[in-house]
Design a protein around this ligand. Structure first.
Ligand code: C2E
Ligand code: MG
Ligand code: MG
Ligand code: MG
Length: 281
């Protein structure tokens, strides 16, 4: 077969391509099976209302219990699902699971679910959500859907129409990852969101960087002007928290208050941080 070194190189290159394509295909097949056989699992991260130290809700974050590779974070398989069309099936699984689980919570707190752009513009998405709410028994007021700017890119008119339909059903809609370039001012003008989730990258050095402080203050007054509450994502320490509170940002999510974990692990005592147990009531 390959006679010259040139040919050999081409052969090796092709083989490498084959390998990665095969691996990718295998992972897609495994993911499809994984969704069908309930290998996915939802972890929940607490969202705190800080001044009164109450839990405002929980965000559902999907993980995959891969039979050989172990617990895989969303970034290792969500993009793959988005590229291969599996996201519809995955997204439906997540939505149904989150609604079913939340319907059984004694706390009756809201649950936030992340949406991929393709889900929003898929045919009959609002009807799918309606069906899942009815089947799970979760009141629409307890469901919050998180979208990013990428949801608006392919078909903005359609995306807005679907979001409006969902909002009319009583579901809250938030902007996720605001400030990363995936969420812009244009989308705030295009749709009346119920919450803005400020990306972790804008919080990271907020306690010691003047420019970060300035940007944060500006976003906060933007929220004020639009009457949209701002939630700070990725809060990890007391210094960040103090700054946020000083500036009137009351909704906080981050490792400081808890990492995402199975709902069962968020037992009533753990539902709020140890230092505030008892205050909640
Ligand atoms: P996201 O929606 O912005 O979720 C927040 C991410 O930040 C989560 O990562 C969470 O674990 C992490 N995080 C929260 N607080 C802290 C903190 O204080 N420090 C640090 N270092 N990280 C923190 P995770 O669970 O790996 O999820 C990553 C992203 O994957 C999510 O970002 C979301 O965009 C996507 N994702 C997760 N679940 C789903 C899903 O069911 N459907 C879709 N379409 N996307 C999902
Ligand atoms: Mg999110
Ligand atoms: Mg996100
Ligand atoms: Mg985010």
């Amino acid at each position: 077969r390959a006679k010259t070194s040139d040919d050999q190189q081409i052969c090796l290159y092709d083989k490498g391509m084959d390998d990665s394509i095969r691996k990718r295909r295998q992972l897609v097949d495994e993911l499809r099976l994984g969704i069908q056989t309930d290998q996915l699992v939802l972890h929940y991260q607490v969202q705190m209302n800080v001044p009164d130290e109450t839990v405002a809700g929980y965000e559902a974050l999907v993980r995959w219990h891969h039979p050989e590779k172990g617990l895989m974070p969303p970034m290792t398989f969500i993009p793959l699902a988005e590229q291969t069309g599996l996201i519809g099936m995955l997204g439906e699984w997540v939505l149904r699971k989150a609604c079913e689980e939340a319907a059984g919570w004694p706390s009756k707190l809201p649950v936030s679910v992340n949406l991929s752009p393709a889900q929003l513009t898929a045919p009959n998405f609002a009807e799918q959500v309606q069906d899942i709410l009815l089947e799970s028994g979760l009141p629409p007021e307890r469901l919050e859907l998180e979208v990013t700017e990428s949801s608006f890119i392919s078909d903005q008119k359609k995306a807005i129409a679907v979001l409006q339909k969902l909002k009319d059903m009583g579901i809250a809609i938030s902007v996720d990852d605001f400030g990363t370039g995936y969420s812009s001012l244009a989308m705030l003008r295009a749709f009346p969101f119920d919450k803005i989730k400020l990306d972790k990258s804008l919080i990271d050095d907020i306690d010691n960087n003047q420019r970060s402080k300035g940007v944060f203050r500006a976003v906060l007054s933007l929220g004020d002007a639009l009457s949209v509450p701002i939630l700070a994502e990725g809060v990890e320490n007391k210094e960040q928290l103090s700054f946020l509170l000083e500036h009137g940002c009351h909704l906080v999510q981050g490792f400081y208050y808890g990492k995402p974990q199975r709902y069962e692990m968020l037992s009533p005592q753990k539902e709020t941080p140890v230092k505030v147990v008892g205050i909640k009531g």
